[in-house]
Design a protein around this ligand. Structure first.
Ligand SMILES: *Cc1c(COP(=O)(O)O)cnc(C)c1O
Length: 374
């Protein structure tokens, strides 16, 4: 079976974990956590950074930092992972779903602007497949209405818009290092704060609501319970693993892009014959090779293709069931139509793409997809 994903090692993971052990401290906020923070600031020019145990946790921290109250509204894409919505729901906010654009699963900025009301407290966007949303439009909507912008950049490590790294645009941004992402640590995440006003409180939320971080820096004589919080910081073992991966982010991205290009080059005739659609890279966006997807013509056709590939030893998966149609959301909200999110939810199919996939695999997968359509 060709799996959909397989986590990879880049070389120094175990060496760095051993170093963390030797340092005598493996709880959070030690040597490797600081190395990772410095890496993100230097390489991507991010604002203040805090590693988290997941992107989900980074989103939950962002929701706490926004000081949301019941009745506040948060605009976000329906075509996303549940965590993008859950984090804000947990604070009692009303989620307002915006549609994807017609050309790309990313959020449609015109739809965002139409959703803005007096109660809007944040706009959350997702750079799907590591491809940039229309940041010119979204930043100007955020400025014009004075509403903070949060980038869920879970899939967007080492990706750029007009040459500027994704994750450096929003008031805050979140990343994931889950084993299915380009750079991984099993479970893991990052909260980026490009707006200075969040860092002081964020450090307290991160450490269970205490000022332990400033205590360790010798700034206060004792640490105390000051605010809400949770245990959002990862262990040094996770940070050590992550740092080893970060050192190879360029090489991993280049390899994934080569696989992405292989799929694109070998499936383009199916697109020309009108059988499928291939991903369109939005203008001014780079590509980090996170996801290669095809768009089938119907839900029924996609089901048959998934089964056909499975019978031929290939795991291909769909992505996502739009959140506005989920059982949980519909329990308390009325049914609404977001046709583009629905279309991607019904027709988008992700093909296997991981660091150790081989050219033989790619060739075989493309030949089976062609066999299905011909
Ligand atoms: C993967 C992903 C998440 C969740 O990341 P975790 O680190 O698993 O919590 C959230 N949002 C998007 C868009 C993702 O792709």
């Amino acid at each position: 079976m060709i799996p959909f994903n397989k986590p990879h090692l880049t070389g120094k993971e175990f060496e760095y974990i051993a170093k963390a052990m030797e340092s005598g401290k493996i709880s959070g906020n030690g040597l490797f956590t600081k190395k990772c923070h410095a890496f993100f600031k230097q390489v991507y020019n991010f604002g203040d950074c805090l590693l988290t145990t997941s992107c989900t946790d980074a989103l939950e921290m962002a929701a706490l930092l926004l000081e949301l109250k019941p009745g506040d509204e948060v605009i976000l894409p329906s075509f996303s992972f549940v965590s993008t919505a859950n984090a804000f729901m947990l604070r009692g906010a009303n989620i307002i779903f915006a549609d994807s654009s017609a050309e790309h699963p990313n959020i449609d900025p015109d739809c965002v602007e139409k959703c803005i009301t007096e109660a809007t407290k944040a706009i959350v966007i997702v750079h799907y497949a590591g491809m940039a949303c229309d940041m010119d439009k979204l930043m100007s909507i955020s400025k014009k209405h004075n509403v903070p912008l949060i980038e869920d950049a879970a899939q967007a490590i080492h990706a750029y818009y007009k040459g500027k790294p994704l994750g450096s645009f929003g008031d805050m941004a979140t990343f994931s290092f889950h084993e299915t992402k380009n750079v991984l640590s099993g479970e893991g995440g990052l909260l980026v704060m490009n707006n200075k006003k969040y860092i002081e409180r964020a450090e307290i939320l991160w450490e269970k609501g205490t000022n332990r971080a400033s205590f360790y820096r010798g700034e206060v004589e004792e640490y105390n319970w000051l605010d809400l919080g949770s245990s959002y910081l990862p262990s040094e073992l996770t940070a050590a693993f992550l740092y080893a991966q970060l050192e190879h982010v360029e090489e991993v991205t280049a390899m994934r892009l080569a696989y992405w290009q292989y799929y694109n080059d070998h499936l383009v005739d199916l697109e020309q014959e009108g059988k499928i659609k291939l991903p369109k890279i939005p203008s001014k966006s780079s590509n980090n090779g996170h996801i290669f997807y095809i768009i089938c013509s119907s839900l029924e056709e996609r089901k048959r293709l998934i089964a056909f590939l499975y019978d031929n030893g290939i795991m291909a998966v769909f992505h996502y069931l739009p959140l506005h149609k989920s059982p949980y959301y519909l329990r308390e909200h009325k049914n609404q139509e977001l046709p583009n999110a629905q279309h991607y939810g019904d027709c988008l199919l992700r093909l296997p793409l991981f660091y150790e996939i081989t050219e033989e695999h790619l060739q075989y997968i493309c030949s089976k997809i062609k066999e299905f359509y011909r």
